[in-house]
Design a protein around this ligand. Sequence first.
Ligand code: ASP
Length: 439
Amino acid sequence: MTKFGGTSLATAEQIKKVAAIIEADPNRRFTVASAPGKRFASDIKITDLLYKCYNAARDGEDFSGTLRDIQARFQDIIDGLGVKDFDLQSEIDTLDKNLRIFTKPDYAASRGEYINSKIIAAFLKREFVDAAELIFFSDDGLVDEEKTYGAIAARLGKLDKAVIPGFYGSLPNGEIKTFSRGGSDVTGSIIARGVGAIMYENWTDVSGMLSADPRIVNNPEVIQNITYTELRELSYMGASVLHEDAVFPVRKARIPINIKNTNSPEDPGTKISASLPPNLRLERLKHSPVTGIAGKKGFTCIRVEKALMNNQTGFGAKLLTIFADHNIPFEHCPTGIDSISVIVASDLFDPEHQGVIFDINKTLVPDSVIIEDHLALIAVVGEGMIRSKGIAAKIFASLANSDINIRMIDQSSNELNIIIGVDEADYEKAVKFLYEAIF
Ligand code: ASP
């Protein structure tokens, strides 16, 4: 089972590479396709052009120029592939008509994957199956698993090969609904699980997941093997290679994911699985117990101090309830003896700031409430750290030697990660030094 991202499908040339990859392995029976992405850095993705059309249509403005650009890009692909008898005009006319009557942004955005997948299916001479007939959402916006997996089994179970558009499905009333941006990864994961794939290959334009942000660290190593849990920790902290939600469907069925590069198909890429086989675990440990480093800026720490807090039952629960009442999820909650800190995303806290502090003072009557912002968090993640000694020493020594002040430390009790808080201004420097010390 394969999924190809937007850059892998941006031009006819790229689609030819994709076709060669698919045809090279008979196990690559089902393919999920994105809309054409960027051909060069300043290019615009088809999905963005479609949102632009929708916004103009909604505001009663002329969108014909943008629609013509979309049509021209698809026509280029059709011509470059030499696909005959593809009625692009009627697809564009339908889109044009629907944009003029009452329609939703999700419908407009979904047409990029819809048309692209139809073209790819025609080129590969494989069946096209509309995602609207396979992926079903309930009214609350969550995937209706029973209906979805039932439909996948019934429809794809009968087929040997097919191309399916990513990114969208349908609501109970038949309207189109998309996942959030980059959501074709999620479609791929659902289809892989639905057809019981042996592997979910996610083809993109990089040779796997990197062990640190390449904008900060020069040439970071590619992670060859990673567990779902490690991936989750690293993606949560900002490392992006897959849509955040894409792990969950395949994880339930223990189907491994392989991130591969369409432009360099021989590269092994990154394999994501439930656990590392013992031989790989040993190899990893010899190299480094850490799998990757990721981080984000934009956190605020609210520290509440109260003498003898340790004797009060329910203090922490009451504090967290205040954040929940203001709809602010908390990221971490390190505690001292007479103090407890809540770390939250600054963009969610700032607008609610006054109300939260008022409620804390009223409900908990603390000795003081201290707000510290401009905090960056860095996570050092690796299952190899479990029960192995000396990583924390390396981390802290490297930061001390680089003259970086650590503002917070949080090690998960499963020893899978160590999270360090530093000033936003020190963030890049800290990641660089940590990488050098650890790898
Ligand atoms: N085309 C959509 C986007 O640009 C979905 C995807 O490519 O995964 O976000």
